[in-house]
Design a protein around this ligand. Structure first.
Ligand SMILES: [Zn+2]
Length: 986
């Protein structure tokens, strides 16, 4: 397609801006005077004229509304200036005070207690009727309640909402600056182009999504400006409280406050577009992705992506800006990005990647990009770049998009209505009809967590008021139904369906699979038969909670709680650490009820007299049922522990362990948060802690050992110049890692009875440094298993680590590490009986015909030498007698088992291995150990090959780690006879 500029279109859409408008876009300026000081600075900080467009090469003056320069002392995109969130808010609230066209809303708090906001901009008449416009979008969003005639009227009267969000990624610094100026421009400028936006569209702006991280980034920039030689890190080691870049991967689990705040605001407003601003491409990429596209969205959405992207590329390219492109960059498969809130809800989600503003200093940017069909206008090999350039390009392209949606207001609203209609029709047209979460699931607390997540996602949940039959499925009354004839049916289907990612497709940009049912260890049934929709059911208005219950049982000697691996029972245990709680080591029956191993036995003896009432209130809070029994069941038990826990972090990467902290916090499990330096510096860790959890970090054992390197101390702490950092943990010097001393301290900790848990890649540590006897890491060059859901099976059902689990679990695995557990430590029992036992087998007889097989003597090569001058069976009777006695002793004594006990394996059949995602070369993963418990001294090292704490999506695996806490000191229980060790078969 020729890149010639379609002038007729340009004239219509850009209202008089010509292709040569860099010279003098008079039509844009109308009679309105410019703010000359501000405009002069725009030009001063723009490094090249081709990074300026007619939309942003000036700023109109206002005698009422302050500019960023007037209020903050600098323009948006001033050299060497980044603005703190509180100053951005102060500015936007000043604009709100001065203009009837702007209103600032608060949308919630961050984990560190900072506010998140939305600034709304539209003309005065629209602003005065905001609630009406909100109501119109709500009615268009739900075709069940809106007739086609009414929809047509709403499409005529309504206004789309376009929500632009900045700085979810904290080191991507330009968008908050840009969005301040955008709000001013939309409120003040009187050109037909801007008026079209203001009169036909409601623009929403969140200048900073990751507010906690922005504060830290500005701290570092301010400190560096004060002291250019500072040894502070260039990039913050923490962004938000828990995670960094992954704050944009939380749209499935909604674990972070920023996600919850954005979802809540989205559900209240049904924005037509949600547009997230990023910075990692030269010079501006506008999203469509390149596929494979998410399989659950309406195809119309994909056309909308391209339509918007092509408008922006065309306009900016027409103005002579180099390096504007679309397509490629990401796939469009996983819905875990924040802007997918919109894509999965009949709206439009999109993003930019622009050349980064960095620390706001000017710099030379080099790129080497070959021309491609999707990128005909390549970036320059070398150019001087500035933060103002970033502001110019982001703002220009965004204004083009705003104008496009405003100018085609009805079309975008009609598409929204159309997609909403088809989402409601989905249950019948393409199916499935519903997902059912049956009342017969033994894990009602896990089920409730999943249902509450769906509700948080805005998905309606219903409950069967009677038994329902749909085809071959029968569901008991009380089962939950997620109907797919609701507006957000696609969100629900996306979360609960299985994913298949073909290995020959381009590599996935992020996770390939995420099915939440197996990851939550909750049963979900995909029901195709539409009869389920006719079953009697009622909408659940409040958050789903399992009905906890403790029936009155006067005279009970003990209370029993069936344990099915629900996380809430660990929360209960920690909340009531004073209680005497025992765990059954085997399944048992009481009063006709079956209790699996791990079930809680809470005797009256040794517990406070108010135990029944205490349990009654706890049962409600934690969603369990406790039953009083007249006698303590006769089953072997041990005490349920509530050990002292520390989470260990490195100073090189903190994000992936952040999900572990979030999971522990969610269930209020207390822990200390310590760095590898504390492990290194404290030889007696066991005096402080019982369990150390080393979250995922790096798969490089030496990097864990060496840590951050450098010539000068690298501090991470709160100072007057950096008041926002040092909150999660602080140090004068981040350099250095565990060191060998840290390994020794860990070894001594475990020897003394401690439990060391390593998650996913940090499992290389105990393997490489000798704390995991008989475990090694298999090189798997042929395995392709990007982040997804894989089937793991329990291989040691007696281990307390898998109490409450079924024989299978869906776990999150991402390519490595794959363990090999070898034999080698199975030796004779001994028991103080003298010296070393004789070798079990005689040296192999060499029968290859070699003449060196035995020394020169009598007979053929197969024959024995005969020493002359003594009986040939001299001493044999004694040896045989000794062997008999030894054999009897071995049989009687326990055989020392392999110290490495494989608790879970990946599914042995490669065809059964993948639940959701992609897989090639799965033979190297099938049947490999997934969770290994290695005895070391009197303690244990637990190696997880999968990640049980991933992005708030894996609540079904949390319980494996929680079991390690509840049964600290008892992990060796339930051993079956030493299984034949499985060695590598490569
Ligand atoms: Zn980004």
């Amino acid at each position: 397609m020729a890149m010639q500029l379609p002038r007729h279109l340009r004239a219509r859409l850009v209202a008089g801006v010509t292709a040569c408008s860099l010279l003098l876009p008079f039509a844009l300026r109308a009679q309105q005077p410019n703010d000359t000081a501000y405009t002069a600075r725009i030009r001063e900080f723009t490094t090249e004229p081709f990074f300026l467009t007619p939309l942003v090469d000036h700023l109109p003056a206002s005698d009422r509304v302050p500019t960023p320069l007037a209020l903050l002392g600098h323009i948006s995109g001033a050299r060497d200036v980044l603005t703190y969130p509180e100053d951005i808010y102060r500015y936007l609230r000043a604009v709100d005070d001065a203009s009837d066209r702007v209103k600032v809303l608060s949308i919630g708090q961050t984990e560190e207690g900072r506010e998140m906001i939305v600034a709304v901009v539209a003309d005065e008449q629209t602003m005065a009727r905001l609630e009406d416009y909100r109501g119109m979008l709500a009615r268009l969003a739900d075709p069940r309640r809106t007739t086609a005639a009414e929809a047509e009227r709403l499409i005529g009267q309504g206004k789309p909402v376009y929500w632009a969000t900045g700085a979810i990624h904290s080191p991507e610094t330009g968008s908050p600056e840009m969005l301040m100026e955008l709000v001013y421009r939309l409120a003040v400028e009187e050109t037909p182009f801007i008026q079209a936006i203001r009169n036909n569209l409601i623009t929403m702006v969140t200048p900073v999504i990751e507010v906690d991280g922005r504060a830290k980034v500005v701290d570092l920039q301010v400190a560096r400006k004060q002291d250019p030689k500072t040894s502070l890190p260039r990039s913050p080691v923490y962004w938000g409280k828990y995670v960094a870049h992954d704050d944009n991967r939380d749209n499935l689990g909604l674990g972070l406050q920023l996600s919850r705040n954005v979802v809540r605001h989205f559900l209240a407003w049904n924005p037509t577009v949600l547009h997230d601003l990023h910075e990692s491409a030269s010079y501006l990429y506008t999203s469509t992705g390149r596929g494979p596209y998410n399989a659950w969205i309406d195809p119309v959405l994909i056309s909308e992506w391209y339509r918007l992207a092509h408008r922006e590329v065309e306009e900016l390219t027409g103005w002579g800006v180099p390096g504007i492109y679309t397509y490629d960059f990401y796939d469009g498969w996983s819905p875990n990005y924040m802007f997918w809130i919109a894509n999965s809800r009949n709206s439009i989600g999109r993003f930019y990647e622009t050349q980064g503003a960095g620390d706001a200093s000017d710099r030379i940017v080099r790129t080497s990009v070959d021309r491609q069909w999707s990128r005909p206008n390549t970036p320059l090999p070398e150019v001087v770049w500035s933060i103002r350039n970033n502001v110019n390009l982001q703002q220009s392209a965004l204004l083009v998009a705003l104008n496009e949606v405003a100018s085609n207001r009805e079309e975008y609203l009609r598409n929204f209505w159309l997609k909403s209609q088809r989402a409601v029709a989905k249950a019948i047209t393409e199916g499935p009809a519903a997902y059912v979460l049956p009342a017969s699931d033994p894990r009602l607390a896990q089920q409730a967590r999943l249902l509450r997540l769906l509700q948080l996602q805005g998905i309606e949940v219903q409950r069967l008021s009677a038994q329902a039959v749909a085809g071959s499925d029968t569901f008991p009354a009380g089962s939950y139904v997620v109907r797919l004839d609701q507006p957000f049916s696609r969100t629900a289907d996306m979360l609960l369906d299985r994913q298949y990612y073909n290995p020959t497709d381009p590599a996935p940009y992020d996770d390939a699979g995420w099915t939440l049912g197996p990851l939550y260890n909750a049963r979900t049934v995909r029901v195709v038969n539409a009869d389920i929709l006719k079953a009697p059911m009622t909408l659940v208005n409040d958050g789903v909670r399992p009905a906890g219950a403790v029936p009155d049982s006067p005279g009970a000697r003990a209370f029993l709680i069936a344990y099915h691996g629900e996380n809430d029972l660990t929360a209960f245990r920690y909340a009531h650490r004073g209680l005497r709680i025992m765990a059954a080591e085997a399944a048992f029956e009481a009063d006709g009820v079956n209790y699996p191993a791990g079930s809680f036995v809470i005797p009256m003896a040794g517990n406070p007299g108010n135990l029944p009432s205490l349990l009654a209130s706890a049962a409600e809070q934690y969603g369990f049922a406790a039953t009083g029994v007249s006698g303590v069941p006769e089953v072997t038990t041990h005490a349920v522990a509530a050990p002292r826990v520390a989470v260990v972090h490195t100073w090189t990467s903190t994000q992936n362990e952040g999900w572990l902290r979030l999971g522990l916090d969610e269930y209020r499990i207390p822990y200390d948060y310590i760095s590898v330096h504390e492990v290194r510096d404290h030889p007696k860790l066991h005096e402080r802690y019982d369990v150390l959890i080393f979250g995922p970090s790096t798969n490089n054992a030496l990097s864990l050992l060496n840590g951050l390197q450098g010539d000068q101390p690298v501090p991470w702490k709160r100072t007057t110049l950096t008041p926002n950092i040092g909150r999660q943990d602080a140090t004068d010097d981040m350099r250095g890692g565990l060191e060998l001393q840290g390994i020794l301290n860990l070894a001594n900790f475990v020897k003394a009875g401690g439990t060391l848990i390593t998650l996913q890649n940090t499992s290389v540590l105990p393997v490489h440094f000798g704390l995991a006897t008989n475990v090694s890491i298999r090189q798997t060059p042929d395995l392709w298993a990007p982040g997804g859901v894989f089937r793991a099976t329990v291989s040691e059902a007696g281990s307390p680590l898998v109490y409450g689990y079924d024989s299978e679990l869906g776990v999150y695995f991402n390519s490595a590490p794959v363990f090999v557990v070898s034999a080698g430590a199975v030796t004779g029992g001994g028991g103080g009986g003298g010296g070393g036992a004789p070798a079990a087998t005689a040296p192999a007889r060499v029968t290859d015909g070699s003449t060196t097989a035995r020394h020169s003597s009598r007979g053929g090569i197969e024959e024995q030498d005969v020493v002359q001058g003594r009986p040939t069976d001299l001493g044999r009777a004694g040896v045989e007698e000794f062997r008999k006695r030894q054999s009897a002793r071995d049989t009687a004594a326990a055989v020392t088992p392999n110290p490495a006990r494989v608790i879970m394996r990946y599914a042995p059949d490669v065809k059964q291995l993948l639940i959701s995602g992609g897989l090639r070369g799965g033979e190297t993963l099938a049947n490999s150990p997934a969770l290994v418990d290695v005895s070391y001294g009197t303690g244990h090292v637990l190696l997880f090959g999968f990640n049980p704490f991933w992005r708030s999506e894996t609540l079904g695996s949390y319980g494996l780690v929680f079991n390690a806490l509840l049964h600290h000191g008892q992990l060796g229980r339930g051993r079956t006879a030493p299984a034949p060790a499985v060695t590598a078969t490569r």
